[in-house]
Design a protein around this ligand. Sequence first.
Ligand code: ADP
Length: 740
Amino acid sequence: MSLRRKTFIVILCTVICLNAMVYLASRVTLLSGFMDVERQDVEVNVQRLANSLTDDNKALGQVTNSLAFWDDTYTFIEDNNEKYIEDNLYDEIFAEYRTNLQVFVNIKGEVVYSKAVDIAKMEDIAVPAGFSRYLGADSPLLAKNETDRVQYDGVILVDDRPMMVSSRGILTSRLEGPVHGTLICGRFIDDAKIKQLSDATKLHVTAYTPNNSALDKHVLQQLEAIQDGFPLAMNILNEDQVEAFTVIDDYEGKPALILKVDFARKIYAQGQSGLQTFTLLLGIADLVFVVVSLFLLSWTVLKPLTRLSSDVSHIRTSGNLADRVIVHGRDELAALGQSINQMMNGLQQSHTMVIESEARYRTLFENTHDLIQYLDAQGKFVYVNQAWHDATGYQPSDLATLSMEALLRPADVEVYRTLIQDLKNNKTPFAPELHLLTKQGREIIVTADFVVQMRDGKFYATVGLLHDITARIEAESRIQDQNRSLRETNLDLAEARRVAEENARLKSQFLSTMSHELRTPLNAVIGYSEIMLEGMSGEMNDEQTDNIKRIHINALHLLTLINDVLDLSKIEAGRLVVVPLPFLINDLMDEVMYQTNVLIGAKPIQMRYTLDPKLPREVLADYGRLKQIIINLLSNATKFTDRGEIRLDVAKVDTDKWSITVTDTGIGIPSHALEYIFEEFRQVDGSEQRRYGGTGLGLAIVKRLVLLMNGTIRVTSKVGEGSTFIVTLPLVVETVEVQS
Ligand code: ADP
């Protein structure tokens, strides 16, 4: 059922219920109001009827007054003169005064005169016998003594006929006493009187006599009702008629006259008609209300709601979470629309997050090198990642018929079953190593982590993360092999090292022994050749002298070579030490300059020496080894310089360093050779250099000695222009303990 129809039904039902209540309430209220008004109207009219009767009674009282307070009557009651009777008590006067009865009673209670007239027929009638009961000594109608100015107006029953009576004490015309008696005037309330009352009050009046044995039962009931309470009994006879009863009591309080008034129910009829009009108007108002309400509801609520609903269903069918409902205005529906849009924002965000998360997990899932598998409760593969396919060789089409146990080598099937059972029983899982058989029959080893998924307490699926450790296991095995071989090699190397060290020791020992053994005869050769050259062993011809010179030079060269080899071997064996001692720099420099000058011979070379005045005169260093270094450098300079200048510059570098620089203008050293001239037995290649001879050990020894002194050596050179060797040393050289 559509919302519009439901709303219509709801409004209709609401309106019907409301109106039913309004109608009933109105009907009850109005009808009871109408009844009240009707009753009040009846009361007013009945009261009017009673008043009219009272007015008649008063009129009768006036007539009685005029007769009772009159000197003639005052006299007549005493003397009962005939004249008074003739003049005043004839039939016409009864008709004029509209009385049926006049009774004159003296103060003694004796009826002086009484007369009754049927004024309709204008004939005398007998005084009703029943009236005598009102003439007794206790009758309130009679004056009891001369001061009793009795005055009574009311209705009494006379022979079961209601009669309006007035009684007055008889006084003079000046209303003076003493009271001589009582005049009672009476008038029957007969049909004529009732008709007169009806005409006067415009009411439909019926009179009933209370003591009438033929009195209607209904009237009797009304009489009882009246006597019980309010002097009015009202009966609604039907939709059109209502009757009201009232009773007029005598002086004893006994009913003397019952009056019934019939009313047409005009007020009620008007009320009914008004109610019908009201109902009709209410119906029209309802109709208008329903139509207007529906229109307003449709315009303000249903239409926007329908639009909202269609927007939402459009989003649902399109599945596009970026769509939004259109929001108009600022009412609750607009707020609902905004809430829906906010919900859509949230949905879109969480959808995006889910997609991103899914993409992230898929990326992880597909790009991880580990094998991921998802098996259902029956152990069937539901999905696996690419790494799983790559490792096992099984294709997606193989999964339908494949089981995990079929993948395992037979020895691991039980392990797997136990693992899954333990997981189902919530036991602490372990990650076993499993051997899988690939489609190609190869065996791969994996460490396996499994998670069991339960849903509603039932085993649902198994997720497995398998890490292929085949390569690692193989690599470990290879490393173990290599370690074994390395251990063997180490043992070999240790043996080789021990042999090498032994060889080095033997070599060093051999060299020192050899150099000692060689230097002794060589010194003899040098010494004897020098003796011969000095002519101490006799005169020699030129050829002999020349030969001995050659012997001398070669012996010296051999001695230098042996000394160099010995020094080098000592350094290598760690047995050469520097011994710092204080000495004067100038002394050392003078000595080396002197010794080197000899080497220049006839070459056109200038030797120069400078000493930095900032240097202390005395320094601490190994004098002999320092001299060896400088002489070696100066020797090379003189050897590789044919002309020009050789300089020795000694300077202070900073507070704790000093330098010794040897500069020449010789042949220079090619740049490529600068890298290796400090290595043993290395000389600059080329015939030019070869010409100068040498062993190639000098600079190697110099460098090692400088390093032993914690110094540095560097060289700059340009071929054809010369070379510069700079030795930098600490200003104070630490003493190194001498080893033998
Ligand atoms: P030797 O001089 O005995 O050959 P060195 O070790 O003293 O051995 O020198 C190595 C080489 O360095 C020399 O052969 C020479 O070629 C080169 N050399 C050393 N000093 C100089 C220099 N002052 N001028 C040119 N070349 C030099």
